[in-house]
Write a new protein. Structure first.
Length: 633
């Protein structure tokens, strides 16, 4: 019997380098610019390739400059994460009932949001030990992690908590949201000076370690930078500098670095940039381990506790069920990135109080990720992905540089007082807002593809959190301002809804499609989409010639006509069409879809009111035409 020969197919395929791959790609592009066609840059300026291979990781490590961030893999202490549910019901008894129902329905831990006039937090009125006792009644504190988001009232809430639960305090497991630097950044003021601020933090950490050893006393609210418009690198770099300042200041007050580090947890927001958010959370653990090594804490003892909340920055009040999709991808990023606990925002909380349905939907998003995708059974599921590993290393390196810049300027508090951090966030915010206004960055249902029939005016109870500014203060800084990306477009559309409610009519924009089939359809779709984002009523008509187009425009009598054709046909179409409308006594403005640059001046002379095209600032266009048509607040 002959011996069967084993084939090793690896020998049949010689290795191919990145350079060889790219030469083939450039050939397929037929001379088109490779960088322009296939590479893109993030808000942080990180270049992203269309593919990643083992060679990319090897080159990244080989080319790392001396003294840069060492590429050690961050690890989680165990697979899986805890499902957290936020409770904001004002009455302590009702809040307790909601908490117990959430636990029975699959939540692993509860976060009680405590009402705070200073921070603008609308939440539970639990300001006395008896109220705390009611709040935590029949909740098994030895089994359930309980968190408190209390802002500047954290110390007071902690004392009421310990007194309210009595002997059960020893079993408390969870956290107190004490982040005085975060409070200062958010409100712009601190009633006490620097020394008193850190003295109080040191006292709370020391007290908590003795009285409630399983309660984390310090928080770094990294989400504040994200929700104010900051980038991934800024969220990581600034929060790292903030945490370093806590360790530095509290160790100078007699606490050990390990004591402070083990009493602190990070709270990040995670947005819709799927792979970058995964890499961000992986990089965060590496960064913190590296920072603690500078305080003499070995890497194996430098594990961080990371809570993640899905972002509200990208959520919208129009087409709000898209928020469910956003929350799902964000939750996946958080789980794969290795969070310890996760809060998924209710899809409707950006414009009203969440109800039973929206809370259940948010909670079940996480339950499905656990029970149907088994993401909780794997430690670091993204490990080994060339793309994610390269992103993680890039993000860690650049975020470390931001932290070093803050440290070289005197630390987090000094940079906050001098406005360096705020200006960095504002620069990023302006760039994001400009991209959204020009629709280079999409918010589905708001600045792209809106539902023209949707009305939300009667459903809106509130639009965003507002924070109380002013009052007596020892320290004042320019506050960070959390907001949602969609707010500017939403304001214009709500203005149109109010106008319609007041006048009984909605201004109409008629798309007149004429000439070249391909171009007229493309430009009609583009223009209708743009004006619909402002709440205008859209009509679309097709005409075979100028006479038919004029007749239909006269019959409809719209507030605006958008002429949709090709650049080559506009010289024969636009001017005669405008003239015929004027001859019939119709003064409705005519907008040309496109930008035929060689005839712009001539068309303007003939009466073209505006030109809309892919480079138009959609927000400005909508705002301008609302004002011209008398659509006011």
């Amino acid at each position: 019997m002959s011996e069967t020969r084993r084939l090793d197919l690896r020998n049949e395929f010689p290795p191919v380098s990145n350079r060889q791959w790219e030469e083939v790609i450039k050939k397929d592009l037929k001379g088109a610019d490779y960088d322009r066609k296939l590479l893109w840059q993030t808000d942080d300026g990180i270049t992203v390739k269309p593919y990643y291979r083992a060679e990319d990781v090897e080159q990244f490590h080989a080319n790392a400059a001396p003294g840069t961030f060492p590429f050690v893999r961050g690890t989680t202490t165990s697979p899986g994460w805890r499902i957290r549910e936020d409770i904001t019901e004002a009455d302590p008894k009702k809040a307790n009932e909601l908490a117990r129902k959430a636990l029975e329905s699959g939540a692993d831990e509860i976060c009680f949001v405590i009402e705070s006039a200073v921070d603008g937090l609308s939440g539970i009125r639990a300001t006395t030990p008896p109220e705390m006792s009611v709040l935590l009644s029949r909740i098994p504190l030895d089994l359930v992690s309980v968190q408190f988001r209390a802002g500047s009232k954290a110390s007071q809430v902690y004392e009421n908590l310990v007194q309210g639960v009595g002997p059960r305090a020893l079993h408390l497991n969870g956290s107190i949201d004490h982040d005085p630097l975060g409070d200062l950044a958010l409100t712009g003021a601190s009633a006490i000076g620097k020394n008193a601020m850190f003295d109080r933090a040191a006292e709370l950490v020391g007290s908590a370690r003795k009285r409630t050893p399983s309660m984390l006393a310090l928080t770094v609210r990294a989400w504040e930078f994200h929700e104010a418009g900051g980038t991934t690198l800024q969220e990581l770099g600034y929060s790292l500098a903030q945490a370093i300042e806590y360790v530095s200041e509290l160790t100078s007050r007699g606490l050990g670095a390990a004591q402070v580090a083990s009493s602190l947890f990070f709270c990040y927001a995670v947005g819709t940039n799927y792979f970058f958010e995964i890499a961000k959370l992986r990089a965060a653990r590496q960064l913190w381990a590296r920072a603690l090594s500078e305080f003499g804490i070995p890497e194996d003892a430098a594990a961080s506790t990371v809570h993640v909340r899905t972002s509200t920055w990208g959520n919208t009040i129009y087409d709000p069920y898209v928020n469910v999709l956003r929350g799902t991808t964000e939750a996946m990023s958080a789980a794969i990135g290795g969070c310890d606990s996760l809060s998924v925002a209710a899809f409707d909380e950006c414009y009203k109080s969440a109800d039973e349905f929206s809370r259940r939907l948010a909670r079940n998003t996480q339950i499905i990720l656990k029970k149907e995708t088994y993401l909780d059974n794997i430690i670091d599921p993204a490990a080994g992905s060339y793309y994610v590993e390269t992103l993680t290393a890039s993000i860690a390196n650049e975020a470390w540089k931001i932290m070093q810049q803050v440290e070289s300027c005197g630390g987090f508090l000094k940079c906050l007082q001098e406005g360096c951090i705020q200006e960095g966030i504002m620069e990023s915010r302006r760039a994001k807002d400009a991209a959204i206004a020009a629709r280079r960055r999409n918010l589905l249902g708001t600045n792209q593809f809106p539902d023209q029939q949707e009305r939300v005016l009667l459903q809106v109870q509130h639009l965003s959190a507002r924070f109380v500014r002013g009052g007596p203060a020892e320290i004042r800084v320019q506050p960070l301002v959390p907001y949602r990306a969609a707010e500017a477009f939403e304001a214009l559309r709500l203005r149109m809804e109010r106008h319609t409610a007041r006048t009984g009519r909605t201004p109409t924009v008629m798309m007149v499609e004429i000439g070249d089939l391909k171009m007229r359809k493309a430009r009609s779709t583009f223009s209708a989409n743009l004006f619909a984002c402002g709440g205008f009523q859209i009509l679309e008509v097709t005409a075979d010639d100028i006479e038919a187009a004029t007749t239909q425009a006269i019959e409809v009598d719209p507030d605006i006509v958008v002429l949709c054709s090709s650049d080559q046909e506009y010289p024969q179409l636009a001017s005669p069409f405008i003239r015929k409308l004027r001859d019939q006594g119709k003064g409705c403005p005519v907008v040309v879809a496109g930008y035929p640059k060689d005839m712009i001046d001539k068309l303007r002379e003939d009466g073209a009111a505006d030109f809309i095209h892919i480079k138009s600032n959609a927000l400005d266009v909508i705002k301008t035409w609302q004002q011209r048509l008398g659509v006011g607040e």
